[in-house]
Design a protein around this ligand. Structure first.
Ligand code: G3P
Length: 226
């Protein structure tokens, strides 16, 4: 399973890639706006932080297919070969995804709220489709269920696009989709941190440390005993 960080905050990207087995970073215009400054500069700083081989997702801005394709080429020039270009899964986006496929640029159909939208992006040639789990929940539907349907639909139709589940608010949403076999998820730093936070675990780890300190002395590890 691929695990991505959904943020444009370079400090958080450095902190979390050091801790977790993260595969890459996903961004969008909202995440770039949240950190402010020059968007191209931020994208370059992210690329530098994760290295040239890690997949990095960046989104096109124009509303027409030609403009989207132009943005996509510029993003690949800026960020290198391991860039996946996020294209909104709307009619002009499907046209752009076909153009990118023909040009050998990997695309992710994004802002997906419904299975047929994902199917269309996948059929147009997207390498990934990104359903917005929590935003679907916020509309009163079941984001996890919709994302499962998308995963199953792509499999049953023999389309190679991977589901990149996005827009999470809870560990429970992420876990349900991992269990279902969704091949990629992207999590905001706060969701990833919260997912690994458990006072019972902290207590157990602290108790082991205290037991060993009682045995061997404060600050000693196994290496000091061997
Ligand atoms: O990757 C898509 C994501 O950034 C949207 O998530 O948290 O703004 O609903 P959110």
């Amino acid at each position: 399973m691929e695990l991505y960080l959904d943020t444009a905050d370079v400090g958080e990207i450095r902190r979390l890639t050091a801790l977790y087995p993260v595969d890459g970073v996903t961004t969008n215009p909202g995440l770039l706006a949240a950190v402010g400054g020059d968007p191209a500069g931020t994208l370059c700083a992210i690329r530098e932080a994760i290295g040239p081989d890690a997949p990095m997702f960046a989104q096109v801005i124009p509303a027409d297919a030609e403009g989207m394709a132009r943005d996509a080429r510029a993003l690949v020039r800026l960020l290198g070969r391991n860039t996946v270009v996020k294209v909104p899964a709307v009619p002009e986006g499907f046209r752009a995804i076909r153009m990118l496929k023909a040009a050998g640029i990997a695309a992710c159909g994004t802002v997906v709220y419904a299975p047929m939208q994902a199917l269309m992006a996948a059929k147009a040639g997207a390498a990934y489709v990104a359903p917005y789990v929590n935003r679907i929940d916020n509309l009163g539907y079941d984001g996890v269920a919709v994302t499962r349907q998308i995963h199953d639909l792509l499999e049953r139709q023999g389309l190679p696009a991977k589901v990149l589940a996005a827009s999470f608010r809870s560990a429970q949403q992420v876990q349900a989709l991992c269990l279902h076999g969704v091949p990629a998820v992207t999590c905001a730093p706060a969701v990833l941190d919260a997912m690994m936070k458990n006072p019972a675990v902290d207590e157990a780890v602290a108790a082991f440390a205290a037991d060993f300190a009682g045995l061997a002395g404060e600050g000693k590890g196994m290496a000091d005993m061997i």
